[in-house]
Design a protein around this ligand. Structure first.
Ligand code: PXP
Length: 251
């Protein structure tokens, strides 16, 4: 297949993490979102967690009002979050698992055990015109369940692959990347739009860009860390260049 353009969704959660460390209004995640768009982001992602540890309700409302590119609202599949999403009307809602004690989203959704509940929530969001994405493990079972739930999009969790690389576990990393490659191809066969994210940096974004079925990457932590050293526009430009380079080898 010929590879379509690979979109970059920028997750601005950690601008809010830094802001909340002091309890004031600075740095403002909405300002970061506007700057990211100016610097080439194709969309903005923000996760309103149950404990509001970074993004807050008013951030989500302000983002929706302020930005000109699609807003991807990451959320747990709870009644509270569905009500906020229905009120906010983001471009997309990415349903993620959430545990209070975790540092970040640790695994994909339990799309098999939670199938019936997720199906109801997906239908509710779809009726409101919100595109529904499920954050899943790169497995055949999860993809089949996503299809049955009726999600038009899946986001493949890249965390295990990136962790294996970080720990120098080459064989495990190859295995994990293989799972992502096969899952992306299967999503395409099923007619499900395929995104990916979690733990990506310049090198892993370059590599995953070579999978032509993946049309969007959502990246936050690494980009915001780089932004501290070289500024957000430069960090985004380097990420874009890495993705474009990887995409040239797609197929
Ligand atoms: N995609 C999803 C569904 C996530 O939960 C996260 C983390 O909030 C990301 C992408 C971005 O991951 P990272 O911050 O590690 O780039």
């Amino acid at each position: 297949m010929s590879a379509p353009f690979l979109r970059l969704g920028v997750n601005i959660d950690h601008v809010a993490t830094v802001r909340n460390a002091r309890g004031g209004a600075h740095p403002d995640p909405v300002r970061a979102a506007l700057l990211a768009i100016e610097a080439g982001a194709d969309g903005i992602t923000a996760h309103l967690r149950e404990d509001r540890r970074h993004i807050r309700d008013e951030d989500m409302a302000r983002l929706k009002r302020a930005i000109s590119k699609p807003l991807n609202f990451e959320m747990a599949a709870t009644d509270e979050m569905v009500a906020i999403a229905l009120h906010t009307r983001p471009h997309a809602s990415c349903l993620v698992p959430e545990k209070r004690s975790e540092r970040t989203t640790e695994g994909g959704l339990d799309v098999i055990g939670g199938h019936d509940h997720l199906k109801i929530i997906a239908a509710e969001l779809k009726r409101a015109g919100v595109r529904v994405s499920l954050f899943i493990e790169p497995s055949m079972e999860a993809l089949d369940a996503a299809l049955s739930i009726g999600a038009p999009i899946v986001e493949l969790h890249t965390g295990s692959w990136c962790d294996a690389l970080f720990h120098g576990e080459a064989a495990k990393a190859d295995h994990e990347f293989g799972r992502i490659r096969v899952a992306a191809a299967r999503a395409y066969e099923l007619g499900i739009e395929c995104h990916a994210g979690h733990g990506l940096d310049f090198d892993t974004a370059r590599k995953i860009a070579s999978l032509p079925q993946i049309v969007e990457l959502n990246i936050g932590h690494f980009l915001m860390g780089e932004a501290m050293f070289i500024g957000l526009p430069k960090a985004l430009a380097q990420m874009r260049a890495a993705m474009d380079e990887g995409r040239q080898h797609a197929g």
